[in-house]
Ligand binder design. Structure first.
Ligand code: ATP
Length: 328
């Protein structure tokens, strides 16, 4: 029979994302609701190895639902990738009497949790927290919706300058493996072209499309480029290429970088985090382990870690067609 869970740890791991604090709050309060003790684990697996824990109660998480980043800090731990590191982490958890943990992070953090579960039969649950939305088993990761809103707002501002000076702007957004952010903000901010990792538009077609835009009377253009776009050129190389071949355009580049990861979470991310935290705690109390919670058809569901880690998050192909039609 599974051991009764009396103390649950919660931590944030990998890159931070808006909504992580709301998820910590939800786990802590769900524990309080079920009369379970809750411990915050600082700095992800690094803090776990060092036993850097803090006892939390419902009041320890007041005033954080609206805050970006993570009050528990986040880190990447090389030591946890080794068996010795994980043995130390396990010893620390046992010493503190922690029976299970919830990790808020990306697929790397889930891989670590899955290995830990296999080695020590230790109950674990995951909450997907990353702005890229690149995790299988959920239509939305925590922070993704906030990032979309942040980026659209910034591109709106860039467009003011682009249209005042008849310029073409390449705006690079996050998304190494999947183009969710680029595709959605591209449509939302009315970009003329969207370059994503899933589709190779090709340089000739890019030029053709920009020429068409110009001929159709557009005086400025925005091209949204995902970090991992298939053309395989850096956004600065793209700028040079277009300038060489289309002298009628004055081209500028804007790399949005880390500003996309910060800021107060959107209402959607706060609600999602609250739902996910409750589900993660209640799964552990029901004896379930080794799952990631996720949103599917507006229901909070669970996906085994191995599927979440191996599966591929796919873009919505309908959006590609809509974006083509909108950029006429
Ligand atoms: P992001 O999406 O922001 O990159 P992530 O959770 O994927 O988040 P990673 O740096 O890949 O971020 O993983 C976070 C931590 O999880 C690592 O620093 C490491 O401690 C642990 N981890 C990742 N992969 C493994 C693994 N194969 N074995 C053990 N631990 C791992």
């Amino acid at each position: 029979m599974a051991k009764t869970i009396k103390k649950i740890g919660v931590m944030t791991s990998g890159g931070d994302s808006p909504g992580m604090n709301a998820a910590i709050r939800s786990v802590v309060r769900a524990c309080a609701y079920h009369n379970i003790e809750c411990y915050g684990i600082y700095r992800g697996y690094e803090g776990m190895i060092e036993g850097d824990f803090i006892k939390m109660n419902a009041r320890s998480v007041k005033g954080i639902i609206n805050k970006g980043g993570t009050i528990l800090k986040s880190a990447r731990s090389k030591e946890f990738r080794t068996k010795e590191g994980r043995v130390k982490a396990h010893e620390q958890l046992i010493k503190a009497g922690i029976d299970a943990f919830v990790v808020v992070g990306g697929d790397g953090s889930f891989t670590g949790a899955m290995i830990f579960n296999q080695e020590f039969n230790f109950p674990v649950m995951g909450i997907p927290g990353t702005i890229d939305n690149d995790i299988f088993g959920t239509t939305h990761t925590l922070g993704y919706d906030t990032a979309l809103n942040t980026v659209v707002e910034v591109i709106d501002k860039i467009r003011d300058t682009a249209s005042s000076h008849n310029r073409l702007f390449f705006v690079e957004v996050m998304g190494r493996d999947v183009g969710h952010i680029a595709l959605n903000v591209g449509i939302g901010a009315g970009a003329e072209e969207i370059l994503i990792p899933e589709e190779d538009l090709g340089l000739d077609r890019l030029l053709e499309s920009l020429r068409r835009s110009k001929q159709s009377g557009k005086s400025s253009s925005i091209v949204v480029v995902a970090e991992g776009d298939k053309i395989g050129k850096s956004v600065f190389e793209l700028k040079d290429y277009v300038e060489e071949n289309m002298t009628e355009y004055e081209v500028r580049v804007s790399v949005l970088g880390h500003l996309q990861r910060g800021g107060a979470p959107s209402c959607f991310d706060r609600v999602l985090a609250s739902r996910m935290g409750v589900k993660a705690v209640e799964c552990l109390l029901d004896g379930q382990s080794n799952y990631m919670v996720g949103l599917k058809n507006d229901v909070i569901d669970i996906t085994p870690f191995d599927q979440a880690v191996k599966g591929k998050s796919k873009i919505n192909m309908e959006l590609l067609r809509v974006s083509d039609i909108m950029s006429i």
